[in-house]
Design a protein around this ligand. Structure first.
Ligand code: ATP
Length: 270
């Protein structure tokens, strides 16, 4: 299989300006950025940095984006894997993957390892056994804990992970020296939605009647991913009609579509 990590180059490099709102979360990860830029500055006095930062929040709120932005700001490699990838693996493969991931990362330090959906692999051990897959998941989780204990932050590897279910995580993952720092990445408020709309309409041709403040007020409960989706949908709707620019009506129709899509999704879940 291809390399486990993506090394974001100039074109795909993401920085804090791509992440709208989330000021508090950005402030908290700033320390990680500073550390990755100059690990020695922090370890000189003997202090230990956090190894793991857990980003907690609902789907689509920008957790992955924020982790990528930390790598982008510090200009270091970004290794990523999803917890759900591990779960599908054959016996022994998950643990081997974890070993391999950490080995690769240590070679490229300073860098970030990002584990999305860590709850898929990091669920409490001994609970929710499902068709024999659980042992394998536990092996993988155990390996992850071993690796986390086995590296010193002074090498410049910082682990970031994302979850919307911190409550199901094995407490071993949350102990000091592991994911001992949690950062909330919540759905945006009105101002946050305006800022996200600004980011996602920056490169679009907008008609003069488009009012982002009004659009933000029409999207309560939207996560950033849904706002990004609506902006893109509006551009496609306007294009389909052969318009020269995207009008307010296109955005409103797009928002309606996204809402309808969300309702459908909720029905499937319930
Ligand atoms: P999940 O838990 O489902 O993995 P996530 O919290 O990691 O979701 P992202 O994958 O980071 O969410 O967000 C998906 C997309 O939504 C981003 O690539 C971006 O286009 C948009 N987005 C989400 N939040 C923001 C934000 N705060 N600012 C700008 N864009 C955002």
């Amino acid at each position: 299989k291809a390399a486990l990590y993506e090394n974001l180059d100039e074109h795909t490099r993401i920085t804090f300006k791509d992440v709208a709102g989330l000021d508090e979360a950005k402030g908290e990860v700033m320390e990680v950025v500073d550390f990755l830029k100059d690990p020695k500055k922090y370890t000189k006095l003997g202090g230990k940095l956090p190894k793991g930062v857990l980003l907690v929040g609902p789907p689509g709120t920008g957790k992955t984006l924020l982790a990528k932005a930390v790598a982008g700001e510090a200009d270091v490699p970004f290794f990523s894997i999803s917890g759900s990838d591990f779960v599908e693996m054959f016996v022994g493969v998950g643990a081997a993957r974890v070993r391999d991931l950490f080995r690769q990362a240590k070679e490229k330090a300073p860098c970030i390892i990002f584990i999305d959906e860590i709850d898929a692999v990091g669920r409490s051990r001994g609970k929710g056994a499902m068709m024999g897959t659980n042992d394998e998941r536990e092996n993988t989780l155990n390996q992850l804990l071993v690796e986390m204990d086995g590296f010193a932050t002074d090498k410049g590897v910082i682990l970031m992970a994302a979850t919307n279910r911190p409550d199901v995580l094995d407490t071993a993952l949350l102990r000091p020296g592991r994911f001992d720092r949690q950062i909330m990445v919540d759905k945006p408020d009105l101002k946050g939605r305006i800022d996200i709309l600004k980011v996602h309409t920056k490169s679009l041709s907008l008609s003069t009647d488009v009012n982002l403040k009004v659009l933000a007020s029409q999207t309560p409960g939207f996560a950033g991913a849904e706002i990004a989706n609506a902006a893109n949908e509006a551009a496609l709707l306007a294009s389909r009609k052969g318009k020269q620019s995207i009008e307010m009506k296109d955005f409103e129709d797009a928002i309606e579509r996204v809402v309808a899509g969300l309702e459908k999704k909720n029905k499937v879940i319930n």
